[in-house]
Design a protein around this ligand. Structure first.
Ligand SMILES: [Zn+2]
Length: 402
């Protein structure tokens, strides 16, 4: 009875995701189409790009160009018509405050403006009025191959694009690889400000933005961005999570629950490209597996790994190479994102209303928000009943002895 009541309060059971419309993939199909082999082949290409060009894939380097080439090549092979957006990054010592940037390989590493690139690709079908954007930064910091930060996210978005190729969705999906994220979020910043200034209607078409930055940390946690500010809001000076971001949080939570994987919310105070979209009022969400923070004992209970050790001991370091990426968690996070992308891409999105979780997916009702309180009241009720029962029994026994 209690169980029935609780399940009614919690709403639809997780795990029952509907298939897409005719011709579209289901959640199961799309997550099966994202494979570890595919992810690993992209990671290898990024490692090769760094190895062949002085060890990194930073803005302005040939290693970054080679990374762009790989993404463009694989998108074309999958049937997309990718667009390379060229922009210039003002570059001086101010942007390098936390990196030792010693090497000068004659590829424009001196201070001064640098030319760099974003890569964008759209699904051929789907309503452009409600465009689902999923992106990851493609650049590394200087002197690091940047395989977890952010070869992992870039590989994830590419694998999802490949898995979705040829699938008909209700809404258009746009895949994005940002340049110069490590220099003040320059690539996504350029994209958003350019679109707002030169094509405001196209900017208005963006329904939501999903970000992947570091999703293969070796000592990982499964973190999803807090969309409802239940962590007390964002850090000082950063934008609030725009209305509708909670729907993305709920979608990721529902997915992880449905496949029985532990995950937890994190406040979005780690700067990445989602901040640019949030600043422009677009609902944002995303996944993360941890950087230089230390894993707690409770997190070891949830995910395994080592307590008191950084999630990624090679964060922004030369050792952030292929061996620094956990392929299993990379695939889990890529699957989750593929499911959420497909979910929103298959749903009716009302431009005039606040974003809701994907159609047919569990959503958080007012009652569900209340359920911890109700459960607490029930537990207390049960405790009170037991105590009262014991008291009555003791009194009866005492009377019998008299
Ligand atoms: Zn990053």
């Amino acid at each position: 009875m209690l169980g029935v009541l609780l399940s009614l309060i919690a709403g639809a059971p997780a795990g029952a995701f509907p298939a897409g419309p005719d011709g579209a993939a289901s959640t199961e199909e799309i997550t099966r189409a994202v494979t570890a082999e595919q992810l690993e082949s992209h990671l290898r290409a990024f490692q090769d790009a760094a190895d062949a060009h002085g060890g990194d894939r930073a803005t302005g380097t040939a290693g970054y160009r080679a990374s762009v080439d790989h993404v463009v090549e694989r998108l074309r092979a999958a049937g997309y018509d990718p667009r390379v957006q060229v922009f210039t990054v003002p570059y001086d010592e101010d942007h390098e405050h936390d990196h030792d940037h010693g090497h000068d390989d004659g590829e424009g590493m001196a201070a001064g403006p640098r030319v760099t690139y974003n890569v964008l690709a759209d699904t051929a079908t789907g309503d452009p009025d409600s465009t689902v954007v999923v992106g990851a930064h493609l650049d590394s910091v200087p002197e690091s191959p940047g395989l977890n930060d952010n070869g992992s996210g870039a590989a994830g978005v590419l694998a999802i694009a490949e898995a979705l190729a040829g699938t008909e969705t209700r809404n258009r999906v746009r895949f994005a690889w940002w340049g110069a994220e490590e220099i003040n979020l320059n690539g996504s910043g350029h994209y958003v400000s350019d679109l707002r200034a030169n094509d405001p209607a196209a900017f208005d078409d963006i329904a939501l933005y999903l970000n992947l930055d570091m999703i293969g940390s070796p000592n990982y946690g499964r973190f999803l961005y807090d969309g409802d500010s239940s962590w007390g809001g964002w850090h000082d000076g950063s934008p609030e999570a725009p209305a509708g971001s909670d729907a993305i949080e709920v979608a990721f939570e529902s997915y992880f629950e449905s496949v029985g994987l532990a995950a937890e919310e994190v406040p979005i105070d780690d700067g990445s490209d989602h901040l640019v979209f949030a600043g422009a009022g677009i609902p944002v969400g995303g996944l993360f597996t941890g950087d230089s923070g230390e894993k707690t004992r409770q997190q070891v209970d949830l995910y395994g790994g080592r307590a008191g050790t950084d999630y990624d001991p090679c964060y922004h370091d030369a050792c952030d190479d292929l061996g620094n990426v956990d392929l299993q968690v990379l695939e889990e996070m890529s699957d989750a994102t593929a499911a959420v992308v497909l979910g929103f891409a298959s749903s009716e999105i009302d431009d005039a209303a606040t974003l809701r979780p994907p159609d047919g997916w569990p959503r958080r009702s007012a009652l569900e928000e209340l359920s911890p309180v109700l459960t607490g009241l029930m537990v207390w009720g049960a405790v009170v009943a037991v105590v009262a029962g014991v008291a009555v029994a003791v009194r009866r026994r005492a009377r019998a002895h008299r």
